[in-house]
Design a protein. Sequence first.
Length: 320
Amino acid sequence: MEKLIFFGQFAVVAVLGIVTFAVILARPMSTVRRKQLLFVASVLIPVLAIFFIVRIYPMLQTLIISLFKYDPIRPVKPFRGLGNYVQLFTGDEQFQQSMRNTLLFAGITVPANMLIGLGLALVLQRRFRGSSFFESLFFIPYIAPIVPMAIVWQWMYAADGVFNQLILALGGSKVAWMSLHTALYSIMILFIWQMNGYLMLIFLVGLRGIPDMYYEVASIDGANWWIQFTRVTLPLLRPITLYGLIVSTLWAFMVFSQVFVMTQGSDVAPGAAVQVLVLDIYQKGFTYRKMGLASAEAVMLLLIILVITLAQLRLGRAKE
């Protein structure tokens, strides 16, 4: 079945390519126009082929595997139908814990990233001496490699790390940053620090793209800073805000590397307290070899993200 889908995609792309070239050659048009269309088709068709192979095929393969009790090293893979999906919601406590942790993670980091990103953009909106330096400083964590950065933060969260040394210097007591009750929140701090620089940048672009005449007219009408912000700035930033909200939600639901790196070999292993959906999918598929169950969970994650994204788009359009 998997090979049939793989070669079927090649067949679909090949047929579409042949039909496209046939239509272009058959339609009456100028030679220049025909050459232009042939060039566009010859460029787009390979891109579509790569897209089908890299994106569509793995998604279809995951959907098919989710219907089986799939163990990569066993030749027999019994068909389960929707049994894997039923098991996730009825007997898989690890999945349910991962869902709760992921929803909590998204519920805290998404608003925090949006507010901090917008706040930094408002501060840096007006260019001043050194503003470019601060823009780069806040953006660097986003482009820095995730694994080395997580390792550094793991060191800083250690019992004798930087954060505890600062707390002791201020007269406080040590904090078990990676303990059972605090590990997930500690990872949230790292995640927010890492991601809000990108949101700051897109908000900054949006703010600097608002014409000054809107603020001048509002000032003439007697509007103070808060009224200008709520009646001029926020409405004009709505498309960028919607984009940032969708992107930050995707980041939160797909968090993996930070959790995986920072919980490996920690002094107090937090276990299920930091179990998120993508980490749970990884462990089911590659540690316990339950590829069918992992694929079903991946499909559920896709559906959750799709529903949330569509709801955000609908809400954004309704407000607009």
